[in-house]
Design a protein around this ligand. Structure first.
Ligand SMILES: O=P(O)(O)OC[C@@]1(O)O[C@H](CO)[C@@H](O)[C@@H]1O
Ligand SMILES: [Mn+2]
Length: 438
C-alpha cells in the first residue's frame, strides 16, 4: 500500500508489458514522478512566486500581489491533492479545451493521480496550473515557468554561440550536405536532454554535445537517420516540413538551426513550427518564448548570433517559418486520437512532407503511453497515427520504447538498470505508414 490517504492499493511491481504507464505501478518512473517530481516542481514554483512578489507587483499591479496569495494557496492545494491521490477535479474554465479535458477525465476508468494513466495525470496538473491563473484578474498572462526557461537559455549561451558559428559557416557552404544534415539532426536529438521538467526546474549546462557527438553514437539505440535524410531530401511533392517543438533554451536553438538548414538547402519552402499555448512541462516552448529567444539573438553582441536573429526574423515576416498554436498539443489525448479529436490539425499535418516530433513527451503521446515490447515496430506502436511521414527525435527519459532490435533492451537493462530514465540514450525513428483521413 502507498501512503496515499485515498485508500487505493498501489502495486509494488514494475509496469506490466502492454499496460499503460501509471503511478499505480510503484516500481516505475511514473510513480516516482507523481510522488516526487511533480510536487517538487510545484514547491519550486511557489518559492519563485514568493521571492518575486515585489517584481510581480511592479509588473502586474498592486492587485497582483494580493492575488498571488490565492495563487500560492491554490498551487499548494493542487500539490496536496496529488500527494494524497485525490481524483482529478473538473477544470473550471470557459476555454474550449477545458470542456474536452472534463469530458476526457470523466471517460477514464481511473481518475486519481496515482491510478490514472500517467500522461493524463501529468497533463492535467499543468492544465490545473493554467486554471489557477485563469481565475485571477491581474495574472491571466503570467507564465509560472518563464524565469526558469529564460535562465536555461542564458545558462547555455556558450553552446548557442558555438553552434551559431558552426551554422553560419555551414549555411554558406554547399559541401557534404547529407552528412551535415545528419550531424545537425543528432545535435538536435541531444538538445532534448535539456528539459526542465526532467531536472525538476534545475537549469543545467547543455554545452558538451557539440564536441562529443561522435562518441555518443552508440547511445542512439535506434537510429533511422538515413531514412530521415531520404524523406527530407526528396524534392518531389510537398515542400512543407512540420516541426512539433518541445523545449525552450538550447533545444529550441538547435531546432531553429535545423529548420534554417532545411530552408537554405531547399528541402522545404516553408517550415511550420508547432508551439504550446500554455505553460507546459516547465520548459516547453510557447510563442512568447520563441519571440523572446529571437529578441535575445537580435540583441546579441556576437555577430553570428545577431545574424541568425535577423535571418530568422525575416523568415517569420516572409512566412517561410510559420508558428502554429493548437489546443491539441496541451490536451491529455495521445496522437492516435488526433484524427478524431482534431481532424483539421490532422489534415493540416497531412500537407507536410515530414512531421518531426521533438522530445520525450511527444514520444509518449506517439506511443499512446503504453509499455510496448521494445522490439515492436514504430509503425505498430503509432496505432494508426500517420498524417504524413513521422520522425521522432527523443532522448529516453521514461520507461517506454519501441523499434529496438531484439535483445537490445535486455542488454541495456543489465548494463544500466535505469537506462530508460536517465536521458543518456536517444532514438531517431521514422515511419512512412501514411494514414489519410477520408
Ligand atoms: O518532453 P520532454 O521535454 O523531452 O520531457 C518531459 C519529461 O521531462 O517530462 C516527463 C516527466 O515529467 C518525462 O516523460 C520527461 O522526462
Ligand atoms: Mn518538454
Amino acid at each position: 500500500m502507498c501512503e496515499c490517504t485515498e485508500d487505493v492499493p498501489i502495486m509494488d511491481i514494475t509496469t506490466p508489458r502492454n499496460a499503460s504507464l501509471s503511478g499505480f505501478y510503484k516500481r516505475s518512473f511514473a510513480y516516482f514522478t507523481i510522488k516526487e517530481r511533480l510536487p517538487r516542481i510545484l514547491t519550486q514554483s511557489i518559492d519563485i512566486l514568493v521571492r518575486k512578489k515585489e517584481e510581480i507587483g511592479k509588473e502586474y499591479g498592486e492587485n497582483a500581489k494580493e492575488e498571488l496569495k490565492t495563487v500560492i494557496g491554490e498551487i499548494s492545494k493542487l500539490k496536496y491533492e496529488i500527494q494524497t491521490n485525490k481524483p482529478m477535479q473538473e477544470i473550471r474554465s470557459d476555454a474550449p479545451d477545458a470542456k474536452l479535458y472534463n469530458e476526457f477525465v470523466l471517460q477514464q476508468p481511473n481518475k486519481t493521480y496515482f491510478t490514472a494513466v500517467w500522461l493524463h495525470a501529468e497533463c492535467y496538473m499543468y492544465r490545473r496550473i493554467r486554471e489557477i491563473f485563469e481565475q485571477t484578474q491581474s495574472l491571466q498572462s503570467y507564465d509560472l515557468f518563464q524565469i526558469q526557461k529564460r535562465s536555461s537559455f542564458e545558462a547555455n549561451l556558450a553552446a548557442v554561440l558555438q553552434l551559431s558559428k558552426y551554422l553560419v559557416l555551414k549555411l554558406a557552404d554547399g559541401q557534404d550536405v547529407k552528412s551535415e544534415f545528419i550531424k545537425l539532426l543528432k545535435l538536435n536529438l541531444w538538445g532534448n536532454q535539456c528539459d526542465l521538467s526532467f531536472s525538476s526546474g534545475i537549469v543545467e549546462d547543455c554545452s558538451d554535445w557539440f564536441q562529443i557527438l561522435d562518441s555518443l553514437q552508440p547511445n542512439i539505440v535506434s537510429d533511422q537517420s538515413e531514412d530521415v535524410w531520404s524523406a527530407v531530401s526528396d524534392t518531389n511533392g510537398s515542400q512543407i516540413i512540420d516541426i512539433v517543438l518541445d523545449n525552450s533554451g538550447y533545444e529550441l536553438f538547435t531546432d531553429l538551426c535545423l529548420a534554417d538548414f532545411l530552408i537554405t538547402h531547399k528541402f522545404a519552402r516553408s517550415i511550420r513550427i508547432y508551439v504550446k499555448n500554455m505553460s507546459w512541462f516547465v520548459s516547453d516552448v510557447m510563442k512568447r518564448d520563441f519571440d523572446w529567444t529571437l529578441r535575445q539573438l537580435l540583441a546579441s553582441d556576437d555577430k553570428d548570433m545577431k545574424y541568425l536573429g535577423e535571418r530568422w526574423t525575416k523568415y517569420l515576416v516572409d512566412k517561410v517559418w510559420v508558428i502554429i498554436e493548437d489546443d491539441f498539443f496541451t490536451l491529455p489525448h495521445d496522437y492516435s486520437l488526433m484524427a478524431a479529436t482534431a481532424p483539421a490539425l490532422y489534415r493540416q499535418m497531412a500537407q507536410a512532407k515530414v512531421v518531426i516530433f521533438k522530445g520525450d513527451l511527444n514520444y509518449r503521446k506517439l506511443l499512446g503511453e503504453k509499455n510496448w515490447e521494445p522490439s515492436t515496430p514504430f509503425n505498430v506502436a503509432l496505432q494508426g497515427f500517420g498524417p504524413s511521414k513521422v520522425v521522432s527525435l527523443r532522448t529516453v527519459k521514461c520507461q517506454l520504447i519501441c523499434g529496438l532490435e531484439p535483445e537490445v533492451a535486455e542488454a541495456l537493462s543489465s548494463k544500466d538498470p535505469d537506462w530508460e530514465s536517465t536521458g543518456k540514450y536517444g532514438v531517431i525513428q521514422y515511419c512512412d505508414d501514411i494514414r489519410k483521413l477520408d
